[in-house]
Design a protein around this ligand. Structure first.
Ligand code: S3P
Length: 170
């Protein structure tokens, strides 16, 4: 089935919340475009996010993130998955609010930790206490994520398919 989106649907939330998995499933089901901002940053730089952090630092990455987000938001309506820190910048929130509907995939610490602990690809979690870092980020970010247009409670036991169905209904 081919649908026309009128505005972007921008998924926000912590790493491991399922933004890419659920976003691409919804896009596939509805035949609409899906864009992952982290993947776009990596493609444009021909480097992984980790390499960008290591070589150029987080601030450089954040500037790239805003540039790429702005470019994608200027394009045709899509389902867009953002990196966990993107929504924390007021400039990015304004860009998103101007052209899309923001959806926070809210997820609890244990579920997030379960999903991200096996993967060492997240530079922010390369700390002596990654679970503690995740908990601190949650504390700092959740009040700001709460500014999203829609809050979706992602449940650990739900499959990607079930989450996609429930999110569409909501
Ligand atoms: C980040 C999350 C990552 C990536 C970068 C920073 C964050 O994306 O953008 O490592 O600040 O939470 P995911 O949320 O897709 O893992």
């Amino acid at each position: 089935m081919n649908h026309r989106l009128k505005r972007h649907i921008v998924l926000i939330g912590m790493m491991g919340a399922g933004k890419t998995a659920i976003g691409s499933e919804i896009a596939r089901r509805y035949g609409v475009r899906f864009t992952d901002i982290d993947a776009e940053i990596e493609a444009a730089a021909a480097m992984t996010i980790s390499e960008i952090f290591d070589r150029d630092g987080e601030e450089f990455f954040r500037r790239r993130e805003t540039q790429v987000l702005s470019r994608i938001l200027a394009g045709p309506p899509a389902i867009i998955s953002t990196g966990g820190g993107a929504w924390m910048r007021p400039q990015n929130r304004k860009l998103i609010a101007d052209s899309g509907l923001s959806v926070w995939l809210n997820c609890d610490l244990e579920t997030l930790w379960h999903r991200v602990r096996q993967r060492s690809t997240r530079p922010l979690l390369k700390t002596a206490d990654p679970k503690g870092t995740l908990a601190r980020l949650i504390e700092e970010r959740y009040p700001v994520y709460g500014l999203a247009d829609l809050i979706f409670h992602s449940q650990g036991g739900d499959s990607v398919e079930a989450s996609a169905t429930r999110l569409i209904a909501e």
